[in-house]
Design a binder for this molecule. Structure first.
Ligand code: PGA
Length: 250
């Protein structure tokens, strides 16, 4: 049985005051042990958020990390600092990093390895553009991202990863993949994981859906057999919406 994971990605948004506001509304709606909740704020907010949410069921994650442990990489955040902040999750391979910052599968892979070596669980994002979906080769695109991200890792390392399927045409656009579209893609990803990894990994790995998840569609998406959680962007910043999404996963 794969437990549900609800992850919020604040991207380059949020504030110190939003931490307090989210704390007030979110804590009462998180029932002990029912679903896991992770919020990934911008790096400068991580420490404050960690302190605020200490002792609750809500975890704090990061949105990015560098593959090198330290060095002359102006503006980057090291895995050791994330570890010092007691971060247990980090997003890698988000389409915005792939497209706006030219991150390659190889770079994403090395970040994944660095995170795993430092006991931080990667949330590996994969997903196709609208063009790729319409041209019909989106499965190969997603499988290639998946293969480059996960193949060759030790089984226990693969088991610590979570995959987030985020069709790029659904991110921030208000266009969600239909629950059936998402579920069938998740089923294909799980099948592919059998050859990239093993049957056991395929059965156990959580596959999240991301792309315009909101209070209206969360419940139906989360009730699909292959959807083990959601990665939420815009709606994770809304204090009246994110708790509802969390409830839908409970
Ligand atoms: P969205 O973003 O929910 O605003 O579409 C999702 C994401 O980019 O992870």
């Amino acid at each position: 049985m794969r437990g549900k994971l609800i992850a919020g990605n604040w991207k380059m948004n949020g504030s110190f005051s939003l931490i307090d506001e989210m704390f007030k509304v979110l804590c009462p709606s998180v029932e002990k042990g029912v679903c896991e909740v992770v919020i990934c704020p911008p790096d400068v907010l991580i420490s404050s958020m960690k302190k605020k949410f200490e002792g609750t069921m809500i975890e704090v994650g990061a949105q990015n990390v560098h593959s090198e442990v330290s060095g002359a990489f102006t503006g980057e955040t090291s895995v050791s600092l994330l570890q010092e902040c007691e971060v247990h999750w980090c997003i890698v391979g988000h389409s915005e990093r792939r497209m706006l910052f030219d991150e390659t599968d190889e770079f994403i892979r090395s970040k994944t390895e660095t995170l795993l070596k430092h006991a931080i669980r990667p949330i590996l994002c994969v997903g196709e553009t609208l063009e790729q979906r319409e041209s019909g080769n989106y499965e190969e695109v997603v499988f290639a991202q998946l293969g480059k991200g996960l193949s060759g890792l030790e089984t226990d390392e693969q088991l610590r990863c979570v995959v987030a399927y985020e069709p790029i045409w659904a991110i921030g656009t208000g266009k969600t993949a239909t629950p059936e579209q998402a579920n069938s893609m998740h089923r294909l990803i799980r099948k592919e994981l059998e050859s990239i990894a093993t049957k056991k990994v395929a059965e156990k790995m959580r596959i999240l859906y991301g792309g315009s998840v909101n209070a209206e569609n969360a419940e139906t998406l989360l009730s699909q057999s292959e959807i083990d959680g959601v990665l939420v962007g815009g709606a994770s910043l809304k204090t009246e919406v994110f708790p509802q999404i969390v409830k839908a996963g409970s």
